[in-house]
Design a protein around this ligand. Structure first.
Ligand code: AHR
Length: 658
């Protein structure tokens, strides 16, 4: 008994406690001549959904809310103005028979010489930048009186005018009138006033204000700072437009791509499903104007060098909501929509939809290679519909790879059912979603080690570590979450022969207009910041390499020993070895990477993402609190020796000598 006690004491003394690193230097071996897997150019990408005011009020740079008076309450976001006792009236008219896609407009009647009109509050205000140019436009029609003027005033939160212009509608038919002005101040909470000069009536619709300085200076385009954040990631693909938004709460509110192209005045606006989804985060003014529509999504993907991945409704509404499905014998138009989309993206300009693309200003095809059949669907009703879509699409376009859904969780009955059947059907790519605790991410680093190498490829289509609980409004984008994702992603990368794509979700959130947290990028009306999770994603995107090579510790894959997680790749384009190594423990650890099979240059770089505090977050005021720091490192022969800081994610790049 005494002997046993002594042995136990001695073992306890020699062994590090769980999660506590051994102080001895760790020798990691990298066999750089043993390529294990090829990494797809699509490996790390982005998932865009119009949730959290990502599109309207977010990346779509329109500053006027409810510009066409189609919200359920036609004057939501608008306020009547009667300056100095001015008088008049506003009438909401509905011409649905003549214009079903944009039925409402207003008739403003001024009974005073000046000072009657209305103002728009924007999306939690309007973000205005000093010295930037703003472009106003309105569809106007005089109803009777000639000589009416419209005074356009941009107003700061103190009520002072910080930009103004006038337009003078002259037509008795609908006509677009425009004006531009330069803003004299920075203001995150501006509003827009339209004041009538003269007495009489004027009909107004599509009241719009855009900054000139949009992404690529496109008129009516996207917010440049937000798109820049995406471009800075160099993502491999762009999944759009969702997410549950594809499905709609009911089929009526599903995403229909054909309604999102062409003149914005004719894109039929609908409620955003996130308007009512969470009782604790109601968003009664959340609608979809589709100003960011399918042409813009394709262009965005093209601009940032990402492969487009549209997800299309497959005749099923959200299974967390109404669960409506289209009867199988009525799915024809849904299937046709998908086939037409492929033609819209890839077809020559001599085809119906290729011609449409050209007419919209993009004759060059978008080179669409993948398409999602439904979003987060499950059950036999999905499988039945998936089969039908798959047959029709592959009959006409055998080269298009289809993404199919395994449901909302990465395990359990729903997952197992879909996973088994879709594998039996030899599906191309299975979409797996995981919103789980940081602990789940650490523990699942080996998730794909034993997946069937010959089966469907995996798209980790939506994932994010949840600091409190899934969908809890208390969730934070803290360093612990990001660290757990970085560790988990070493497992995705090591298994790049199976995992072909991965994207964090959701992407964007307005700090005042969000419904779901955590999110990758947060913004207000003027500023934005990447979370620690953003920097993890960015580091993976920028350092994905082309071929996986093994990194081991004591002949074992590095999957959490003493808190270490690693993957390593070669980049055949830049002739570099790239090592990703995480020290998730609270102690620093000495590491020696002994590299076999190649000759390394005598120096390289280390990019470090680190914080001593697992609760660290970034914010609008401290956007770079947790952000990558890059420095040069020297090598000793084919050894890279480093001290790994506590709670650190490290990316090492070293050139290969010929
Ligand atoms: O990313 C938020 C939501 O999570 C997506 O819309 C949906 O696909 C998933 O349930």
């Amino acid at each position: 008994m005494k002997k046993c006690f002594l042995i136990l004491c001695a073992t306890a003394f020699l062994m590090p406690a769980f999660g506590q690193p051994n102080n001895a230097e760790k020798i990691f071996t990298i066999d750089a001549d043993k390529i294990k897997a090829h990494i797809q150019p699509t490996m790390y990408g982005i998932f865009f959904e119009d949730i959290n005011m990502s599109a309207d009020g977010g990346v779509y740079a329109e500053l006027v809310k409810n510009r066409s008076f189609e919200f359920k309450m036609p004057l939501m976001g608008w306020k009547e103005i009667k300056q100095d006792g001015a008088d008049g009236s506003i009438l909401v008219l509905n011409r649905s028979r003549d214009n079903p896609d944009n039925p409402r407009y207003i008739q403003v009647t001024s009974k005073s010489a000046d000072g009657y009109g209305l103002s728009n509050e924007g999306f939690h205000g309007m973000g205005i930048k000093k010295d930037d140019k703003y472009n106003f436009s309105v569809l106007a029609r005089l109803s009777g009186a000639a000589g009416l003027g419209l005074r356009i005033e941009l107003v700061n939160s103190k009520g002072e005018v910080i930009g103004n212009s006038t337009v003078s509608p002259t037509s008795m038919e609908w006509k677009k009138d425009t004006a531009s002005f330069i803003a004299s101040e920075n203001e995150p909470k501006a509003s827009l006033r339209l004041l009538i000069k003269g007495t009489g009536s004027v009909d107004l619709d599509m009241v719009s204000l855009f900054p000139q300085d949009t992404w690529k200076q496109r008129p009516g385009g996207l917010r440049a700072d937000l798109v820049q954040k995406l471009a800075d990631m160099k993502p491999g693909f762009l999944r759009f437009p969702g997410g549950c938004i594809v499905e709609g709460r009911e089929l009526y509110t599903r995403y229909q791509w054909k309604r999102t192209i062409g003149d914005v005045a004719n894109r039929r606006m609908i409620i955003n499903r996130w308007n009512t989804e969470f009782a604790h985060r109601p968003a009664p003014d959340y609608y979809q104007t589709f100003g960011l529509g399918f042409l813009e999504y394709f262009e965005l993907a093209e601009d940032i060098g990402a492969s487009p991945l549209p997800i299309i409704n497959c005749g099923m509404a959200c299974q967390f909501n109404t669960c409506e499905v289209v009867p199988i014998n009525q799915l024809g138009p849904y299937v046709q929509d998908m086939l037409d989309l492929i033609e819209f993206a890839n077809g020559p300009v001599t085809t119906k939809w290729g011609k449409k693309r050209a007419e919209l200003g993009h004759p060059k095809p978008f080179n669409l290679k993948m398409l999602g059949v439904g979003n987060e669907q499950w059950g036999d009703q999905y499988i039945e519909r998936y089969k039908l879509f798959e047959k029709a699409i592959h009959a006409k376009y055998p080269q298009i790879r289809l993404v199919s859904s395994t449901g909302p969780s990465p395990d359990g009955d729903i997952f197992n059912h879909s996973n088994k059947i879709l594998r039996g059907l030899k599906a191309d790519i299975l979409d797996e979603h995981y919103y789980s605790s940081p602990d789940w991410f650490f523990k699942n680093v080996k998730r794909y080690d034993n997946y069937d190498r010959k089966g469907p490829k995996i798209f980790a289509g939506e994932y994010a570590a949840q600091s409190v609980a899934t969908v809890s409004p208390e969730n934070k984008n803290d360093w612990e979450c990001a660290l757990s994702e970085a560790a988990f992603m070493t497992g995705l990368e090591r298994n790049a022969d199976v995992v072909n794509m991965a994207s964090y979700a959701p992407l964007f959130a307005h700090v005042e207009g969000w419904q779901w947290t955590p999110d990758l990028i947060w913004f207000d009306n003027l500023r934005s910041y990447g979370t620690p999770d953003y920097y993890v994603q960015q580091l993976y995107c920028l350092n994905k390499g082309t071929d996986v090579v093994p990194v081991t510790l004591n002949n074992e894959t590095v999957t959490g020993q003493d808190g270490c997680y690693a993957s390593s790749v070669l980049d055949a384009n830049t002739h570099e070895l790239i090592i990703k190594i995480e020290n998730s423990s609270k102690e620093e650890q000495k590491a020696d990477f002994a590299v076999n099979g190649v000759k390394l240059a005598s120096n390289g770089t280390l990019t470090l993402l680190q914080s001593d505090d697992l609760n660290s977050v970034n914010s609008l005021d401290k956007p770079l609190a947790v952000s990558p720091q890059k420095r040069e490192i020297g090598l000793t022969g084919n050894h890279i020796k480093l001290t790994l800081k506590p709670y650190s994610f490290n990316v090492i790049r070293v050139k290969l000598n010929k």
